[in-house]
Design a protein around this ligand. Structure first.
Ligand SMILES: CC(C)(COP(=O)(O)OP(=O)(O)OC[C@H]1O[C@@H](n2cnc3c(N)ncnc32)[C@H](O)[C@@H]1OP(=O)(O)O)[C@@H](O)C(=O)NCCC(=O)NCCSC(=O)C[C@](C)(O)C(=O)O
Length: 363
């Protein structure tokens, strides 16, 4: 009989032996299935993460968020920051990144997020302390292999305890034991396809603002309202998703979701391949929008949805609609603008949409 305690008892160089061993051993799992989560559970995320200047610059550089206030001290001061700040997209991606191991590493997709509130400016060197609470769990009626879980997450400065950002996010999470679908979410064969569906009435005219200041948006909105038009436009820039964006950026935020870096595991998933981290896709589309606007501060995001997969080689473009201008919000030299942003791919398929309120410089 083989002495299994002997160091050379298993010849791993022999393919057949190795495959037999692999078939027999248990896998030490990472992440949690849907059944693990119960409403009200509170989770403190262990890894923490120190926001870094390198990470900040890498994120901004790769996503085209080329706003010098986040890497030039003179421009940061002009913008009213105490020091070089962390970019809000980088902060948000890091806060969410450290939650992934506990919440969503098992797989499944990021479906949406809402109530994203930036409470304080964060600076490189800040150590994050992130906690999450399970807000809701339910089974999916259309996808029997998955459940749908919503968490509220809060990212704090570990030293001061101050809240930097908070949000509520929803994911599909694989079930340990898939159940038969109740079919209520299935699309009936005789339903019209989206191509056949009637196109809703669009405003007769779509107005583009003359520039990117608060006044430009306000004037465009007024002009549009007087003429039954809407303020909506697309941005010229696009960014093709390469490995650095799809796998590199999430890993730099400690996002361990297999969706972004394990092509082998993802081959047998609904997307069939690795997909871009939702925060990367959105940050690219927002960068396109910000490149056409005099952003002063990010305030909040609502109703963010991820509609379709973004895979390697896809190109992400941006579309913006201006919904509202509030001259009374923020410091005197700014006003708040609420936008609806849509990220779309080379086939003009929407992959992300969300409502954003930012302070924009007046002139
Ligand atoms: C996933 C796909 C295939 C489903 O496609 P579908 O046609 O089946 O979609 P659906 O019918 O719209 O949604 C399925 C179910 O989800 C529900 N649902 C949908 N949205 C929400 C929401 N916001 N809040 C609450 N529930 C929502 C919806 O009501 C439905 O429930 P049902 O099965 O009971 O009828 C499709 O939606 C898709 O391709 N989306 C893009 C996903 C994606 O690429 N996300 C970003 C990358 S993954 C990621 O970043 C990962 C991360 C951050 O690292 C990490 O979580 O760890």
């Amino acid at each position: 009989m083989t002495d299994w305690s002997a160091p050379d008892a298993i010849d791993c160089a022999d393919e057949r032996v190795f495959q037999t061993v692999l078939d027999r051993v248990e896998t030490r799992e990472k992440g949690h299935y849907f059944e693990y989560f119960a409403e009200g559970d509170e989770i403190r995320h262990g890894p923490g993460l120190v926001l870094s200047r390198h990470g900040n610059e890498e994120w901004m550089g790769q996503t085209l968020n080329h706003d010098p206030a986040y890497w030039r001290p003179d421009r940061a001061r002009e913008r009213g920051f105490e020091a070089l700040p962390a970019h809000p997209d980088y902060l948000l991606a890091c806060v969410m990144g450290v939650t992934v191991e506990d919440l969503s590493e098992k797989g499944g997709y990021f479906l949406g997020r809402t109530d994203v509130e930036f409470r304080r400016t964060a600076y490189p060197g800040t150590e994050l302390d992130v906690t999450s609470t399970v807000v809701d769990t339910r089974t999916s009626s259309s996808r029997p292999n998955y459940g749908i879980v919503t968490w509220e997450s809060v990212g704090r400065d570990r030293e001061s305890g101050e809240v930097l950002v908070s949000y509520e996010r929803t994911n599909m999470i694989p079930r340990r034991e898939p159940v038969a679908s109740d079919g209520s979410g299935a699309v009936a064969d005789d339903q019209p396809s989206s191509a056949d569906a009637a196109i809703p009435d669009l405003p007769s005219r779509l107005v583009t603002p003359d520039g990117g200041t608060f006044e430009d948006f306000r004037v465009a909105l007024e002009r549009a309202r007087e003429n039954g038009a809407a303020v909506a436009y697309r941005h010229e820039r696009g960014r093709t998703m390469d490995e650095r964006l799809v796998a590199g950026l999430p890993l730099a935020t400690l996002n361990t979701a297999r969706q972004h870096h394990n092509r082998d595991a993802m081959a047998d998933s609904p997307s069939g391949d690795i997909v871009a981290y939702g925060d990367v896709t959105r940050s690219v589309a927002l960068a396109h929008a910000r490149s056409d606007e005099a952003t002063y501060r990010e305030r909040r995001f609502e109703n963010e949805r991820f509609h379709d997969f973004v895979t390697l080689g896809d190109t992400v473009y941006g579309f913006t609609r201006v919904l509202d201008c509030d001259g009374a919000a923020g410091p005197d030299h700014t006003g708040a603008v609420t936008f609806e942003h849509v990220a779309f791919n080379q086939e003009q398929t929407p992959v992300y949409s969300g409502r954003r309120t930012a302070l924009v410089t007046r002139q």
